[in-house]
Design a protein around this ligand. Structure first.
Ligand code: URP
Ligand code: ZN
Ligand code: ZN
Length: 473
């Protein structure tokens, strides 16, 4: 087993920072040491197989992106990144674990859908991966199958209050699934938007000739996110199910989560970089069909109502607990363009898996969050939320050596021709400049990215079984 010593860096955790050398033996961290430590009189740098100099840089746990959709069939097409291309792009950006979604379609057995996702990912991934289970057809059989998920290393499932006729669950189905989830130790993840009401508005807008991407954001009004979030919280309260609301964008939905948390309910919220940086007016409302690049659900919100500022604020106060990407990329040509003349036919999704760590680090530079909070919302809390903590999300003896060396004096230009490794013909982040750079990435002790070179290969990543949520109040 090769030994590695990362020297000279500042180790940053969710709770603090300090100078330390990180000693790795094979796939695991064995010690955090005083810089320049000796063993039996010998300098450690002379005894290990490899020394990585991190002087002037941050040494942080590898990012965990807990919300991705590689190769997801959706909106009449399939998400453009495969497990191979998407996890490689993630590695480039300092993410060393993804949690993707196995999708149970209507009429399908849950077990079969999980096997399909295992088959798609096995041997393909650059970094470690796990799955949440989407329950797209809540019935007696799928409720029974949910009870088997913990034994499969799956500790969370997602329901949709949106997308009627596709993944949608009605309130009765949600109630039953939450009861089963609570009983089985599963975390309920919720796409909280009132889908039937949205569909009425979509039909009315199209009938008025309002077909541009902008109207995707009008149809998916914040009131319908707030209402669904409130309903999900109440059903979770009734059933005792811990609830994690995905891709929160409306400040009113954040307020619902905060109110529930204030009364002690196990309710959590995730936001995504797009809801922190982008807006209904500037991106969805871009001229012509350009706005299609940013069609995603929940939608980008109005900058005039300051949803973005409120989301940053909620990250500071822990009213929102973490940031994932909801990486679900579609190309403009042949995919997004299916919705020219009808915004409801634009496949929903944005690709960001490569840029999450950088975009959130820019939040540190801009004074929106602290350095420690950056690590917490991108690595440590995802690990705790989804049952990986101790193994991942922390640099400590015994943890897997998923490590990122981040240069605060480096620079990253984002764009299709700049740093982009995702399988997309555009970037939702074209032109973004980051005052920092992912220099080196280790995945379970193996250097997979170093000095702007990819050194890993597909199959490096393996399936990670997860424990129950470790974040409960
Ligand atoms: O627009 C989105 N969010 N696409 C992915 C599917 C989902 O709802 O998470
Ligand atoms: Zn969703
Ligand atoms: Zn999603």
């Amino acid at each position: 087993m090769a030994t590695t010593l990362i020297t000279g860096g500042t180790v940053v955790s969710a709770t603090g920072r300090g100078a330390a050398d990180v000693l790795i033996d094979g796939e695991r961290i064995v010690a955090l040491l005083e810089p320049g430590s000796t063993v039996l009189g010998a300098n450690l740098t002379e005894t290990v197989d490899r020394v990585i100099d991190a002087t002037g840089k941050y040494v942080i746990p590898g990012g965990i992106d807990a919300h991705t959709h590689m190769s997801m069939p959706f909106g009449g097409t399939t998400a453009a990144d495969t497990f191979e291309t998407g996890t490689r792009a993630a590695a480039w950006g300092g993410t060393t674990t993804i949690i993707d979604f196995a999708v149970q379609k209507f009429g399908e057995r849950v077990q079969d859908s999980l096997q399909t996702w295992h088959d798609m990912a096995a041997g393909e991934c650059a970094i470690d991966y796990s799955f949440h289970q989407i329950i797209g057809d809540v019935n007696d059989e799928s409720l029974r199958a949910m009870r088997e998920l913990p034994g499969e290393g799956i500790s969370s499932f997602k329901l949709f209050m949106a997308y009627p006729g596709v993944f949608y669950s009605d309130d009765a189905q949600i109630l039953r699934a939450m009861q089963t989830g609570a009983d089985t130790g599963l975390l309920t993840m919720m796409h909280a938007e009132n889908g039937p009401a949205i569909d009425v508005l979509v039909g009315q807008l199209l009938a008025q000739g309002k077909t541009d991407p902008y109207y995707h954001g009008i149809a998916r009004a914040w009131e319908l996110e707030e209402e669904a979030t409130h309903r999900a919280i109440m059903l979770a309260k009734l059933t005792g199910a811990p609830l994690y609301v995905v891709h929160v964008s409306a400040k009113q939905a954040v307020a619902q989560l905060a109110t529930a948390r204030d009364r002690g309910q196990n309710v959590f919220g995730e936001t995504c970089p797009q809801y922190l940086y982008l807006s209904l007016e500037d991106q969805l409302g871009a001229p012509g069909f350009e706005g299609a690049k940013w069609v995603c659900s929940t939608p980008l919100r109005s900058k005039h109502d300051h949803h973005q500022d409120e989301a940053w604020q909620a990250l500071r106060t822990n009213d929102l607990q973490m940031v994932s990407t909801d990486h679900c990329p579609f190309c403009m040509k042949g995919q997004k363009d299916m919705g020219i003349g009808d915004f409801s036919k634009i496949p929903n999704g944005i690709g960001s898996v490569e840029h999450r760590m950088d975009l959130m680090y820019q939040g540190v530079v801009d004074g929106k969050i602290s350095l420690e909070r950056w690590v917490e919302i991108t690595a440590t809390t995802p690990a705790r939320m989804f049952g990986l903590y101790g193994r991942k999300g922390v640099l400590a003896p015994g943890a897997e050596a998923d490590v990122v060396i981040y240069d605060p004096n480096g620079h990253t230009s984002i764009g299709v021709d700049a740093t982009h490794h995702m399988n997309m013909d555009h970037s939702a982040w074209e032109g973004y400049e980051i005052d920092g750079h992912v220099d080196t990435v280790l995945s379970r002790g193996k250097v997979v990215v170093d000095d702007n070179t990819y050194l890993g290969r597909k199959g490096d990543g393996r399936f990670v079984r997860r424990d129950p949520c470790q974040y409960l109040i």
